[in-house]
Design a protein around this ligand. Structure first.
Ligand SMILES: [Zn+2]
Length: 482
């Protein structure tokens, strides 16, 4: 008999499991009659009085699973406290789901979440991301509400493929249209897309000039120079969000929600700039549930928050007051993993109206399993990450110094895991994923990705446990203060 609980959806009663069949993960379903299994693709055999289907983890089966277990279709989460956990290898959902069940009471989960950049780089489609999460949730007998996040979308093609895959939250990223203000900026705004902004310079400036913006117990005035800089910097970005948003709303046939994210831009988003962006998006009819500004410095990949915690409190308080007064919408914190010192604070300051986004940290947990059980593969992974760091660091906030990171050749197998606890090597491994997971052998196969996945299948229980505890450590801090 299969171990997962049988679930009743109208009839037929089917029982689902993800099983390891000869080293490969497969979908197994038991039903009373063979015709009950007709929505699924696979081999059906009689086992006593029942029928057992063994099928591949493919899109047809994922879609049939979501039809029979409708709660596995993601939904918009609105303003509720939520956390997103990415899964680059498509094998983390089970352990992550355990973390939500055991440590994340009151925190709504987003399992299917990957940025368009990462998907393209890894050769993964939005449908792959969605389906891998579905199968992981089947495996964990998941029963609650879930969201999904098509992260950092910058163009209409990516929006289309994420709509088709059934994503429900669309994180729109106009970062490429954010302008750097030149040192000798003369205030000229002629080049902005005034047609798309459906406005004139005079009328836009007038909305902010000599106006008092009330924020909680404080108020904010923008100087003329600050207003012009905000318009220069974010005018085209506002137009870009409006264009992406209108396309999304026109084309999505299911219920969707939007996050606006400018966390990957070069300069910190000032409170005045946040007011400008939100005011203009509202004027142009955009509705969004969360906003990720670029907060003060200190959000680096895979480490504790490295900035000043008092400054962060002031920063979050200001942004949250704006989000309340111009929304309400949630504040979203990206690059959110491993910052155990800030979760309670952020959650308290935002009164639970808050979204935490993590992704790479689940990959690092996979590497810790690899270091333990397949040290030679881990050595290759580290070497490639180390070698590519000068290049790979350019798209991320990291401060690891390649010269301070230990060399794997100086470490015995039993010490390799230490590389995940030393900040320099941890960040090098964190941002090295792209080169590691896309490395091909002579036959064109993903050599290290496959080896790593095989190691995780062989040591599944250890990987699941590690994820449950690590993601759980994040969630318990959010949950306690919820
Ligand atoms: Zn981000």
């Amino acid at each position: 008999m299969l171990s997962s609980e049988p679930v009743i959806v109208n009839a037929p009663i089917l029982s689902f499991e993800i099983a390891n069949v000869g080293g490969k993960r497969k979908l197994q379903i038991i039903g009373a009659r063979s015709e009950d299994l007709s929505d699924f693709n696979g081999e059906v055999n009689a086992t006593g009085s029942e029928y057992l289907l063994v099928g591949e983890l493919n899109t047809k089966n994922a879609s049939a699973v979501r039809k029979h277990l409708p709660w596995l279709n993601p939904k918009p989460l609105g303003l509720k406290l939520s956390a997103g956990v990415g899964d680059r290898l498509g094998m983390a959902t089970f352990g992550q789901a355990r973390a939500f069940v055991n440590f994340g009471q009151g925190v709504l989960p987003i399992f299917a979440q990957q940025s368009a950049r990462e998907m393209h780089r890894m050769g993964r489609t939005p449908q792959d991301v969605m389906d891998d999460a579905t199968f992981g949730l089947v495996e964990s007998s998941w029963r609650g509400l879930i969201g999904s996040d098509a992260d950092h979308l910058k163009n209409i093609e990516d929006i289309n493929s994420c709509i088709a895959a059934g994503f429900t939250m669309f994180t729109l990223d106009p970062g490429d249209s954010v302008a750097l203000v030149p040192i000798d900026f003369d205030g000229n705004l002629d080049h902005l897309p005034w047609g798309e902004l459906e406005d004139t310079e005079v009328s836009m400036i007038g909305r902010y000039k000599e106006k008092e913006f009330l924020l909680d117990h404080a108020s904010l005035f923008l100087t003329d120079a600050e207003i012009r800089r905000a318009v220069f910097k974010y005018g085209a970005a506002v137009a870009s969000v409006v264009c992406l948003y209108r396309h999304l709303i026109k084309n999505a046939k299911h219920e969707v929600e939007v996050e606006v994210a400018i966390d990957e831009t070069h300069e910190v988003t000032t409170l005045g700039e946040h007011i400008f962006i939100a005011t203009e998006l509202k004027r142009l009819g955009v509705k969004w549930v969360s906003f990720a500004p670029r907060y003060i410095d200190g959000f680096e990949k895979g480490t504790e928050f490295k900035g000043n915690i008092d400054d962060l409190a002031v920063n979050l308080k200001g942004h949250f007051a704006i989000a309340q007064s111009l929304g309400p919408y949630k504040l979203s914190i990206h690059t959110g993993s491993d910052k155990f010192g800030i979760y309670s604070l952020a959650n308290q300051l935002c009164n639970g109206v808050f979204h935490l986004k993590t992704s790479g940290t689940s990959y690092l947990e996979a590497l810790s399993i690899c270091a333990q059980f397949a040290p030679e593969i881990f050595r290759d992974i580290y070497q490639i990450s180390h070698h590519s760091y000068a290049q790979s660091r350019s798209s991320y906030q990291v401060s690891a110094n390649i010269n301070d990171a230990p060399l794997a050749k100086n470490l015995g197998n039993s010490d390799l895991k230490e590389l995940l606890f030393i900040e320099d090597s941890r960040q090098i491994l964190h941002v090295g994923y792209g080169d590691v997971l896309t490395l091909r052998d002579e036959s064109g196969n993903y050599a290290l990705r496959n080896a790593l996945q095989l190691c995780l299948i062989e040591h599944k229980e250890d990987y699941d446990k590690a994820l449950e505890l690590h993601i759980g450590r994040h969630l318990s801090l959010l949950s306690k203060s919820a």
